[in-house]
Every structure is written in C-alpha cells, then in structure tokens.
Write a protein that binds this ligand. Structure first.
Ligand code: GSH
Length: 308
C-alpha cells in the first residue's frame, strides 16, 4: 500500500503535510433511533492483514470472543492493487459472501457519488450489501460497548467506564503522534512536514517508553483499548515504517520498555495469531509500484525476536 497516489488524493496541504480524509460512514451501533442494529450475522467486517486500522478491529473481536457467527470476516490481499483492495485470496478471486472482487465495488454500490478512498476496515450489511460503517477510529469502542451482549463470558473490559475519559485522551495522542504519525512522515511531500512528523513520532515513543517502565500495560495490569491501538503500529515499525516511511531514528528494539511490552502483547493469541508479518511486509514494500517498480521484496529485517 504505502505511498500510492490513491492513498493521498485530496489529502496533502499546501505545505506538503498529509491530512487523512474523514470517514464517510459513521452511523453508530446501538439501540437508539437511527443507530445500526446490533444483530448477530448481519454484518461482515472487511479487512486486509497489512492494515493497522483494520487489524485493531480483528484483535478486539478476538479478545472479546465475538466470533464469525456474530461478525463475519472477509480478508483482502495485503498488496493493494491499482483498483483497490482485491479479494484474490478467496477461491475465484471474489469475496464469497458479497461477491465482489475489489473493495471499491461495495463503496460504489453503497453510494455511487462516493469519491473518497475505499478503505478497510469497512463494516458491510450483508442483507443490504452496503457499507454501513468505516469509522476506523470509533469502531473498536462499538465492539467493546454496543456489542457487549455477544462478548464471551470472561471477556476483558477493554473500555471500562471509569477510565473512558483517560483512554479517549490517550487514544487521541496515540492516533496523532503514533498511528497516524508514521503515515504523516511517510506521506509528507515536503522536508519540513516529514521532519515535523518524524520528531513527533519519536518524542511520543520516548514518552510512552518511559510510561511503560512502571506499568505492564498502558493503564496498569489490565489491557485496554489503548494497548490494541499502540500495538498495531509497534508490530509494523521495524518491518515496514522504519524503511518505507523513513521513521528511522530508532527501531522498536531500541526502546527497552516498548519492546518488552510489544512482545508481551504478541504472546496473547488475539494479538499474535492475527499479526501476519509476511503480509505486513509485502503490503507496505510492494503495494506502491512507483516506489518499487521492480517489486523487489527486502530480505530482512530479522524479526525472530517476536517469538522470543
Ligand atoms: N478510513 C481511514 C483509515 C483507514 C485506511 O486508511 N485504510 C487504508 C489501509 S491501512 C486503506 O484502506 N487505504 C485504501 C486506499 O488508500 O485506497 C481513512 O480513510 O483514512
């Protein structure tokens, strides 16, 4: 994926900075008027294993025990094509439930006037065959709250009421400086915008590393939504962002506490079993044809430390 023009259309300011597009489909899940009904078997989550915004949905669904009988899952090829995400991992090259080959097909079916990027994660209503939510920022919070009746019995409370304000505040910071911070560095079209993003990423990683010196997870001994958000960027750091987005002051392995923390999360099945390093590497290194016209896949780096 990386630095294709499609990722950046209309999203570069005059000073060369990347400003991510807003989400088009943001109706919340719930039982209020106009909400999307919380009904098992009604929705399909479309994702690609490369994508951090989508990965965090799958981690949270797994942690909470929301199975495929409740939310089914469609997986696109991690290397995005000129025509958008493609369901070429499926037999016949189409998503077996929606019958689409490329993700933009379902966005166009939903709203023929949609001109933004067709992105994952996308939640599709399988009856209407329409995208109903692509709000990558809030989606995990809906699984954690509105979908509670489908959680497994001993599911962790990833978004406890007494911590919500603090979690929201930290999520905001993690989003701007870390999750989207690496994209701001990678997609910048001026030296100044790139360096500002680079500095913000590493200042924040330094701070989070200090925070984790005294805490097992970001809020102590219990996992929260914020840990999922931070993890997805850390898992991609050394294998993708360090090289492709030029955030190369340090590798994850250079931050003692972040490194310990990321490996501890990786050992939790919902994190480790949904992290596909090969897909992440191919997605970021090969997804941008103009930056890698001969499609050479970097042989390294050695990431055997994840299993240790
Ligand atoms: N929905 C958000 C975030 C999700 C997102 O950017 N997903 C990426 C993959 S990580 C995507 O699907 N990109 C498709 C494209 O740029 O065409 C956005 O529009 O910026």
């Amino acid at each position: 994926m990386a630095i294709s023009t499609s990722e950046k259309q209309h999203e570069i300011t005059d000073s060369g900075a990347f400003v991510r597009q807003g989400n088009r489909f943001t109706t919340p899940f719930g039982d209020g008027p106009g909400d999307l009904p919380v009904t098992a078997g009604r929705y399909r989550l479309l994702w690609a294993r490369i994508c951090p915004w989508a990965h965090r949905q799958v981690i949270v669904l797994n942690l909470l025990g929301i199975g495929e009988d409740v939310i089914s899952i469609g997986t696109a090829n991690p290397v995005r094509t000129e025509n958008g995400w493609e369901f070429s991992l499926d037999p016949g090259g189409v998503d077996p439930v929606l019958g689409i080959r490329f993700l933009p097909e379902i966005y166009a079916q939903t709203d023929p006037s949609y001109t933004g990027r067709a992105t994952v994660p996308a939640v599709v209503d399988v009856l209407e065959k329409k995208v109903v939510n692509n709000d990558y920022f809030r989606l995990t919070n809906y699984w954690e709250t509105a979908w509670k009746k489908y959680h497994k019995e001993d599911a962790p409370d990833l978004y406890p009421e007494n911590l919500r304000a603090e979690i929201d505040a930290l999520n905001d910071v993690i989003f701007h400086d870390v999750n989207n911070g690496v994209y701001k560095a990678g997609f910048a079209e001026s030296q100044a915008a790139y360096e500002a993003a680079y500095d913000a990423v590493f200042a924040r990683l330094d701070e989070l590393d200090r925070r984790l010196a005294e805490k097992r997870f970001l809020f102590g001994d219990a996992l929260t939504d914020s840990d999922v958000r931070l993890y997805v960027t850390l898992a991609r750091f050394d294998i993708a962002y360090y090289f492709v987005f030029r955030v190369n002051r340090n590798r994850l392995t250079d931050f003692p506490n972040l490194f310990r923390y990321a490996k501890e999360l990786y050992r939790i099945p919902a994190f480790g079993q949904t992290t596909d390093f090969d897909a992440i590497k191919r997605g970021y290194h090969l997804g941008n044809h103009s930056a890698n016209p001969y499609q050479i896949l970097a042989k390294g780096p050695d990431i055997s430390y994840w299993g240790q």
